[in-house]
Design a protein around this ligand. Structure first.
Ligand SMILES: CCC[C@H](O)CC(=O)SCCNC(=O)CCNC(=O)[C@H](O)C(C)(C)COP(=O)([O-])OP(=O)([O-])OC[C@H]1O[C@@H](n2cnc3c(N)ncnc32)[C@H](O)[C@@H]1OP(=O)([O-])[O-]
Ligand SMILES: NC(=O)c1ccc[n+]([C@@H]2O[C@H](COP(=O)([O-])OP(=O)(O)OC[C@H]3O[C@@H](n4cnc5c(N)ncnc54)[C@H](O)[C@@H]3O)[C@@H](O)[C@H]2O)c1
Length: 725
């Protein structure tokens, strides 16, 4: 293969008259333009050869195709690649050359057929798949739309309602379900895939099997009036669930056009819309997230050294509270045997009970069978001492946030655990060097910072000190992958990456409220921006105890940029501690529904009199845009510090940390990507102005000042010398 080309197809013609065209573009046989143009020429050859009666399309190495090559979108966005004529691939090649051919084709699907991969297969005249293969159109998740005919063929194969569900949720179905839906014609074992597909193709030629053109099918489509109603409902839901994104509605336009005006017009609309969505800002953000998420496991100086992860056969967890039980759940769900240690029988029983409850909720929802529940629970053993720690490969400490307790535990672990054992802590804020101070095992001490609830939240911050060995990081990255977390490797400091970014966000909100801004308007603006909830609703959810404990760490470590507000401590004095006490910034009813509380004013006024802050008429009347800037620019400022200090090795890691740890909207690409879309110059000038009026909390850091003065992107790499990793 030419090193400049990305993938190819190969064609082999058998003695039976079947041409097998194989898609080859590792690792997932994505459909790059090179693959697609190769496919076109192979196809033309197959159609012109007299010794070819039928065609089978398949993918190399157990995967049909993961869809269009996503890097192609980035290249088109950057202008480094020219987009082909609108409709050239979907209409000229896939429809007019392939589907309308006078020789039939069958798709032989192993492993997966996603996005453009499934769309290509739907243009074939039959589809044979192996069991368990994943079939789906996940394009909306990337900010694009199914653009190789998927908006037209999927509803015609599986019906409008199911097609909408698959497209709007981006969720794939397994081959067995695909078979019952009519998407797949037969499911056969891997070893029989090609022979069955070849035979099927010849049977179509011989008219022993039907020659089905998906685009012309109408039997699964509802009558027009009903279809319009279904689409109207889908539009309403989409507007509610994705209010800041245009591409899902544009996708529905293409789908509707095909139903109302026929599939050819639908294909044209799909091609037009497909090309328009590529340049949307939200699409740029989502595509950036796709690659950034996969990039977090590439850590310079760690993962490029040829180290192989060691096998972790058994894990011990210390502390079966909220976090320990969640971590245990995540591990046993991925088949790791786990020992859970607690202080006494009562706490141990409670911890195991929490793990059980986590799994039982899956059984109740039907996503876990009773047998699987029993089997999974059998991987968990309780313990009250360290005797059973003698053969564990990794320990994760998750006791309360108390330095001397953690120091004692790590000293004990050094005595009982084998020498190779990884010693991890789930601390949210404490310096890991302090935790390991009483040991000689600094090279195997690492942070494994999970987020609550640990068995649900997708992020794992892997915290590395200057002493942690690369091998330990490689091992933990592997565990992270096995338990289906997205790991981000960060350096050691108070709050690491996520909590450091989180802190100024709530602080800024408190600052604004003390100067007269309405907390409920702030929450509403932040939710509209795309966060799952505003800062005040979040404080209520997390609880004021946690909020105060975290604030204390920040006041101690970063006093020069901490805004000290008394609102939360004053409420806590009055036994208002957030949602758990049914009173915080909001009042909560039995169904946990939040409603504004007029009494809140009282606490704000009292806090204002303590801090000496005055109501500022400008801040009382902030627009939504100004609220977003005043709450998120301080976050950008802190993210810049984290980046400049080398706590994060790549700006894109902070994007993923913000999305998965803070709930920052993925379609904005993450905190640094969003900041660059606004421009460093503007962010710097706003913070600089506020710091002059309101004090050092807003003061732009040196990194932001330097880049802002030049208007340079914040995400451009920091010189290696300054990076800590
Ligand atoms: C006009 C166009 C119309 C069309 O309708 C649009 C589309 O088809 S849009 C597409 C619709 N399709 C989708 O949205 C599917 C997107 N892909 C996925 O969901 C998962 O990657 C998949 C399930 C396939 C494998 O999961 P896994 O086993 O956990 O593995 P992994 O996730 O770690 O990936 C391994 C490597 O493969 C890379 N790569 C993967 N796919 C693509 C791609 N399409 N392209 C390029 N690269 C791709 C990935 O970056 C990574 O590279 P690296 O350098 O090693 O970091
Ligand atoms: N709660 C969160 O949202 C969150 C998120 C991320 C990280 N963390 C961190 O996780 C850790 C645990 O937090 P949590 O919320 O699960 O606390 P928790 O109070 O719910 O649980 C702590 C558990 O540790 C047990 N324990 C105490 N000493 C022990 C010992 N010597 N041996 C065995 N067990 C012992 C306690 O009995 C208790 O059950 C803390 O370091 C915290 O900072 C918490």
């Amino acid at each position: 293969m030419d090193s400049r080309t990305k993938g190819k197809t190969v064609m082999e013609v058998g003695g039976d008259g079947v041409a097998v065209i194989t898609l080859i573009n590792p690792p997932v046989n994505s459909l790059s333009f090179d693959v697609l143009y190769n496919l076109k020429s192979n196809y033309e050859e197959a159609l012109s050869r007299n010794d070819v009666k039928a065609i089978v399309i398949t993918g190399a190495k157990g995967k049909f195709s993961g869809g269009f090559d996503i890097s192609g979108f980035s290249e088109i966005q950057k202008g480094t690649m020219k987009e082909p004529k609108v409709g050239f691939i979907s209409i000229d090649i896939i429809t007019d050359l392939l589907e309308a051919a006078r020789k039939p084709s069958v798709a032989a699907i192993d492993g997966l057929a996603l996005g453009g991969g499934l769309e290509l297969s739907m243009a074939c005249h039959a589809r044979i798949s192996t069991p368990g293969a994943q079939l789906g159109l996940p394009e909306l998740q990337l900010g694009v739309i199914p653009g190789f005919g998927g908006t037209q063929r999927l509803p015609r194969l599986v019906g409008l309602t199911k097609a909408l569900e698959m497209i709007l949720t981006s969720k794939p179905v397994r081959a067995e379900e695909g078979h019952s839906l009519g998407l797949i014609d037969a499911v056969v074992p891997s070893a029989e895939l090609l022979t069955t597909a070849r035979r099927w193709a010849l049977d179509i030629v011989e008219r022993r099997k039907p020659w089905i053109t998906s685009l012309l099918k109408t039997d699964k489509l509802p009558p027009l009036g009903e279809a319009r109603e279904i689409l109207k409902f889908a539009r309403g839901q989409t507007r509610k669930q994705a209010p800041n994104m245009k591409h899902p509605l544009m996708c529905l336009d293409a789908l509707e056009m095909g139903i109302v005006s026929g599939p050819r017009v639908g294909l044209e609309k799909e091609a037009e819309v497909g090309s328009q969505v590529i340049s949307l800002d939200t699409t740029k953000g989502l595509i950036h997230v796709f690659f950034s998420q996969r990039g977090t496991v590439k850590v310079p100086g760690v993962t490029d050294r040829g180290l192989m992860p060691r096998k972790i056969k058994k894990v011990a967890i210390i502390g079966g509270g909220l976090m320990g039980s969640g971590i245990a759940t995540a591990l046993i769900l991925s088949n790791y045997p786990v020992i859970l240690k607690e202080v006494n029988e009562k706490f141990l029983e409670a911890g195991i009970g929490r793990v059980k409850a986590n799994l039982q909720s899956r059984v109740r929802k039907g996503s876990m069978s009773k047998e699987k529940f029993e089997k999974t629970m059998s991987l968990l053993k309780g313990s009250l001492d360290y005797e059973s720690f003698r053969d564990v490969d990794m320990v994760i400490e998750a006791v309360i946030e108390n330095i001397s307790l953690k120091q004692q535990i790590f000293a004990d672990l050094e005595k009982y655990c084998p020498q190779h054992c990884i010693l991890a802590s789930n601390t949210s804020t404490i310096d890991l060097n302090k935790i390991g101070e009483r040991t000689k095992s600094q090279d195997r001490i690492v942070g494994a910072h999970f987020f609550s609830p640990a068995h649900v939240m997708p992020l794992l911050e892997i915290v590395r000190t200057n002493h942690t060995s690369a091998q330990v990081i490689v091992d933990l990255l592997d565990v992270g992958k096995k338990i289906k977390k997205t790991p981000v490797v960060v350096g050691n400091c108070t709050g690491f990456a996520v909590n450091r970014m989180f802190f100024p966000y709530t602080q800024a909100a408190m600052f604004l409220v003390e100067r007269g801004a309405d907390p409920y308007l702030i929450d509403s603006a932040v939710s509209k921006f795309g966060m799952p909830m505003g800062p005040f609703r979040l404080c209520d959810l997390v609880g004021f105890g946690v909020a105060i404990a975290t604030a204390t760490q920040f006041i101690e470590n970063f006093p020069e940029r901490t805004y000290k507000s008394m609102i939360i401590p004053l409420m806590q004095e009055d036994k208002r501690a957030g949602e758990a006490t049914r009173k915080g910034f909001y009042l909560y009813d039995d169904k946990r529904k939040a409603k504004p509380d007029p009494e809140l004013k009282k606490y704000i006024e009292k806090a204002r009199s303590i801090s000496g802050a005055n109501v500022d008429p400008k801040l009382v009347k902030l627009s939504e845009k100004e609220i977003i800037e005043m709450t998120f620019f301080p976050v950008v400022n802190e993210a810049c510090r984290v980046f400049a200090e080398g706590i994060a090795v790549k700006a894109a890691d902070l994007d993923i940390a913000a999305i998965m740890g803070m709930g920052f909207p993925p379609y904005r690409g993450g905190i640094m990507f969003w900041a660059d879309s606004i421009g460093s110059k503007y962010i710097y000038s706003r913070l600089d102005e506020w710091s002059k009026t309101y004090g050092d909390f807003f003061k732009p850091c040196a990194f932001l000042a330097e880049r802002g003065s030049k208007g340079a992107p914040l995400s451009a790499p920091v010189e290696q010398a300054r990076s800590r990793l």
